[in-house]
Write a protein that binds this ligand. Structure first.
Ligand code: ZN
Length: 166
């Protein structure tokens, strides 16, 4: 396990932690998910090569010689438990860079060109202040109710983490 003062910024999540990966991206962390069918060894090698902390639920991964410092094995099932477990194990900032990455593909979002605004449903357009764009998925993100809800969740987690570290 990395020392407590070392706050990792990049992650690789295995297939089982895809849901958590989405939230790590929402918090702004560079988070890759791996394709199914990758062997445990290949997964660990990928993490090391890309200098990512491997998050997994597969205990077998801990048996590799290079696992210490590179692998974190979580026991959680529900998202909330995963968040708690991760917050206990790592120094984590759930409000690191909220909504700076695409939730689906991890690409950094850019400001959307104005001609794309027309794609936002008219009912949301009025309240959409900041519109961001994923050039890889061709997807728009705006500050609608969904993003607001997710941001609220991140704030709750950040607060909980703050209490834990006091
Ligand atoms: Zn994307």
């Amino acid at each position: 396990m990395p020392p407590a003062d070392k706050a990792p910024k990049t992650f690789l999540c295995d297939e089982m932690l895809k849901g958590l990966a989405r939230w790590l991206r929402a918090a702004g962390y560079d988070t890759m998910t791996c394709n199914t069918g990758l062997s445990d060894r290949a997964l660990l090698e990928l993490a090391i090569r890309e200098q990512r902390l491997l998050l997994t639920r597969d205990r077998k991964l801990l048996e590799f010689r290079h696992a210490p410092g590179n692998v974190i094995c979580l026991r959680c099932n529900a998202l909330d438990d995963c968040v708690d477990e991760l917050s206990t194990l790592l120094k984590f900032d759930w409000l690191y860079r909220p909504f700076s990455r695409c939730l689906l593909c991890n690409t950094e979002l850019i400001a959307a060109a104005e001609n794309l605004y027309s794609r936002i449903p008219a009912s949301s357009r009025e309240n959409a202040q900041e519109v961001l764009y994923c050039p890889s998925c061709d997807k728009l993100y705006w500050h609608g109710s969904h993003v607001r809800r997710m941001k609220r969740m991140l704030s709750v987690w950040a607060q909980r983490q703050g209490l834990r570290e006091d």
